[in-house]
Design a binder for this molecule. Structure first.
Ligand code: F6P
Length: 347
């Protein structure tokens, strides 16, 4: 077989480890690999490159994606789907491994459903917001980076008697905030799923400081809407960029707005750190390397068997496969029991 492979959406630590694993297993099975460049854009515009044993060597610890990525949606480009199918045929491809989040895999699911496109999906995102799998790779790395930042902010917060607000990514779910907040011992965590009000957050900090603490760490997820006791809410976000054909608003900036509110309402000196794309850059953690490797081997096995329209997933400790439709059906939000673990350490 000639097997194409692409990475779509935001990059994420572990993408290269998946590419390596799919390649290694597929070469061992006697297949050829073809690199599809820059996500679905590579199919629409016909940008392909050879992918041999040499190209997949040294990839395990490497961040980013050697294939490049984009937020191109062939269903939103005039003639995009026809072009993608035509390029698939003219490249003499027999199968595709698509590595991505809800958007990239949503396209894969639709192509399979409507065109019987022979595709297998691998779930990636630092946001961990895909409902079909317990964990996506990249999440552990993002949480590790955020936790290290919180640890570092603790010592400077303590030295200056300050409130430190840390803004983390996660889009419309608070997984990174909750996990890094628990691991880093945050004193308040604000996430979209459990939007405590600005007034309540400030009251918590006042109580903590009245109880003898001189500093606090507040973790806020970029998708948290500033929520007020009056019932008013405000999402800090910009318009979607033209290059994002999935139409996502650009999140970021809530940390700054929250820090200003905290300083104004409590009188505590407050600083803000926005971790941004640092959470997505660099080498994957061992856990993400292992998960990415297991996903890649399983995806290659499914292709080898000719089982398409599937997404590999982690259920408990086992790697399984589920339908792409099921894998992309809904957003996985932070359940109450996780938030309760974090809340047990608020004042
Ligand atoms: O989905 C991953 C993610 O990093 C989100 O957490 C974040 O909101 C978004 O991508 C940022 O996208 P971009 O790389 O386009 O700025």
């Amino acid at each position: 077989m000639r097997i194409g492979i692409l990475t779509g959406g935001g990059d994420c630590p572990g993408l290269n480890a998946v590419i390596r694993a799919v390649g290694k297993r597929s070469f061992d099975n006697g297949h050829e690999m073809v690199a599809v460049r820059e996500g679905w854009r590579g199919f629409v515009d016909g940008i392909f490159a050879p992918l041999g044993r040499r190209e997949i060597s040294g990839l395990l610890p490497r961040g980013g994606t050697i294939l490049g990525t984009s937020r191109t949606n062939p269903f939103k480009v005039d003639g995009g789907v026809d072009a993608a199918l035509a390029h698939f045929a003219s490249e003499h491809l027999d199968a595709l491994v698509a590595i991505g989040g809800e958007d990239t895999l949503g396209v894969a699911a639709r192509l399979y459903r409507e065109h019987n496109f022979p595709v297998v999906g691998v779930p990636k995102t630092i946001d961990n917001d895909l409902s079909g799998t317990d964990y996506t790779f990249g999440f552990d790395t993002a949480v590790t980076i955020a936790t290290e930042a919180i640890d570092r902010l603790h010592t400077t917060a303590e030295s200056h008697n300050r409130v430190m607000v840390v803004e983390v990514m996660g889009r419309h779910t608070g997984w990174i905030a909750v996990m890094s907040g628990i691991a880093g011992g945050a004193d308040a965590i604000l996430i979209p799923e459990h939007p405590i009000t600005v007034e309540d957050a400030c009251a918590q900090l006042m109580k903590r400081h009245a109880g003898g603490k001189d500093f606090s760490i507040v973790v806020v997820s970029e998708g948290y809407e500033l929520t007020y006791a009056s019932g008013d809410t405000k999402l800090v976000a910009g318009e979607a960029r033209a290059t994002d054909q999935f139409g996502h608003v650009v999140l970021g900036g809530v940390g700054d707005a929250l820090a200003r509110e905290i300083e104004h309402r409590t009188g505590f000196e407050t600083r803000v750190t926005v971790l941004g794309h640092v959470q997505r850059g660099g080498t994957p953690t061992p856990r993400d390397r292992v998960l990415a490797t297991r996903y890649g081997l399983k995806a290659a096995d499914l292709v080898h068997e000719g089982t398409f329209g599937r997404m590999v997933a982690l259920h408990g400790d086992s790697i399984v496969d589920i339908s792409l439709d099921e894998g992309t059906a809904e957003l996985k939000t932070v359940p109450d029991e996780w938030y309760d673990v974090a809340r047990a350490f608020f004042w």
